[in-house]
Design a protein around this ligand. Structure first.
Ligand code: NAD
Length: 455
């Protein structure tokens, strides 16, 4: 039988070996999900909600062990693993509170014996191919609303977060979701490719642009609903009137939280020339306070880089920037435990990969700008468009600037933030479609139009 070995990225130790899928088992699982879905869809919504509520209780009961598993296989600092699980509870509560109203049949016209209604029916069998960096969030953003709205889910967790993916599935089965309504597929890219080749009614992907583009190309002619939540190169502009200390502390955290491995990490910072030096000094000070260490330690802030290949990307971005004239203020090197020193560069510009390509690590370039117009032009000089932010006490100024920026989410005096109440989406190469908010519930349904004339 094929197996998948799971390693701790910080120590390199093998921590588990789990049975893996192949093309034949993926096909069999897709058929099983197809057969099971109609019964699940026909069950009362209250029953499906009760399953999710029991799942919530199980997450609370097992939180410490679930966090430890996530940390052991991803290198995420344990405090941040706990935060992710606690954050998940708010998302569950949102889905449970909103699913009834979001999916209720709407009567949009009733006159002269003619009635028009919109009914939200499940897509059917949906595939969820997922990333490792926030495995509970990105897994559950799809799995929970998809199940609540009556879909069956074929879920392939990342090969770097498989144990966590299997925990999600185990707890949902224990909470009452039938085993063929939610099925885990274990493996790497080949298993994802085998899954996308099955008869499915929707594919919901979270991961890199490169993989997302391959999936889009393969699915294009098949008319399967496709959502892609991809990477970003998220900018923030700090205006001349910003509170320097607050902005620096918030943005250092936004750039380096989760060891910089967040889709919405702050990846580029533009600072007005008038406060540039003060901002950079405060930023570097904050970064020097970040404790790099063993991911299981409570006070670790910078953990392991999950995929060791990413260390080469970080080294290459630093080398490229320095070769083109940037100044390295701190960091710029690998550390024991597959980690990377928090890294700050100035004297950067858009000729450098550091300012153009996703870093996905604890490194940041800070560029000086002379005006708001220059900042907006630079923020928009990207193929991505996930999030963008502005720091200034002046709300009107922030709103005027952010209105000009191409991004799915914009932030005033905050960053690296996701809310279950708001849609999560990207412009450009950051993806298509959305999760979260009431739209992120309806996206797992097909609106069916009813034209009803009384005889
Ligand atoms: P990845 O593209 O390497 O892998 C994502 C998933 O795709 C994995 O499950 C992988 O096994 C699978 N896969 C790989 N090749 C495949 C193929 N040919 N066919 C089908 N499936 C295949 O990405 P990753 O390293 O897991 O995640 C990091 C990326 O995800 C970053 O770019 C990050 O910004 C992005 N991300 C985006 C969001 C968002 O909400 N926009 C959230 C989290 C992560």
């Amino acid at each position: 039988m094929t197996t998948l070995a799971i390693h701790n990225p910080a120590s390199g130790a093998k921590i588990a070996e789990v049975p893996a899928d192949d093309a034949a088992s993926v096909a069999a699982k897709a058929l099983a999900a197809r057969a099971a879905q109609p019964v699940w869809a026909a069950a009362p919504l209250e029953m499906r909600k009760a399953c999710v509520l029991r799942f919530r209780a199980a997450v609370v009961a097992e939180l410490e062990a679930l966090a430890a598993t996530m940390t052991s296989e991803t290198g995420k600092p344990i405090a941040m693993s706990r935060n992710e699980l606690n954050g998940l509870l708010g998302r569950i509560d949102f889905f449970l509170a909103e699913v009834d109203a979001s999916t209720a049949t709407q009567t949009v016209f009733a006159e002269g014996g003619m009635t028009e209604q919109i009914q939200h029916i499940p897509l059917g069998v949906v595939a969820n191919i997922s990333a490792w960096n926030y495995p509970w969030f990105v897994g559950c953003n799809v799995i929970l609303p998809a199940l609540l709205t009556g879909n069956a889910v074929l879920y392939k967790p990342s090969e770097y977060a498989t144990l966590t993916g299997l925990n999600i599935v185990r707890l949902l089965h224990a909470a009452g979701v039938p085993t063929d309504v939610l099925i885990a597929l274990v493996g790497g890219g080949a298993v994802g490719a085998a899954l996308q080749a099955q008869r499915i009614d929707g594919l919901f992907f979270t991961g890199s642009y490169a993989t997302g583009a391959k999936i889009a190309q393969a699915l294009g002619p098949r008319m399967v609903k496709l959502q892609l939540e991809l990477g970003g190169k998220d900018p923030t502009y700090v205006c001349d009137d910003a509170q320097v200390q607050n902005a620096a502390a918030s943005l250092a955290d936004g750039a380096m939280y989760n060891t910089g491995q967040s889709c919405c990490s702050v990846e580029r910072i533009y600072v007005h020339a008038q406060i540039f030096d003060a901002f950079v000094a405060a930023f570097v000070d904050t970064v020097h306070g970040f404790k790099v260490g063993e991911p299981m330690a409570d006070d670790t802030y910078i953990g392991a880089i999950t995929r060791s290949a990413q260390l080469d990307v970080l080294d290459a971005q630093v080398a490229d920037a320095v070769a083109k004239g940037a100044t390295l203020l701190t960091g710029g090197k690998r550390l024991p435990g597959n980690s990377y020193a928090p890294t700050v560069l100035v004297g950067v510009d858009h000729s450098m990969d550091l300012m153009r390509e996703e870093s996905f690590g604890p490194i940041i370039g800070i560029q000086k700008v002379a005006s708001d117009a220059e900042a907006v032009a630079l923020m928009n000089d990207t193929r991505y468009g996930l999030t963008a932010g502005v720091f200034t006490p002046d709300e009107q100024r922030a709103r005027a600037l952010l209105a000009q920026v191409n991004a799915g989410s914009v932030y005033w005096n905050c960053c690296d933030r996701v809310s279950p109440r708001l849609p999560w989406s990207g412009h450009g190469d950051s993806g298509v479609g959305l999760t979260l908010s009431t739209y992120g519930i309806q996206t797992f349904t097909r609106p069916k139009a009813w034209h009803l004339r009384e005889a």
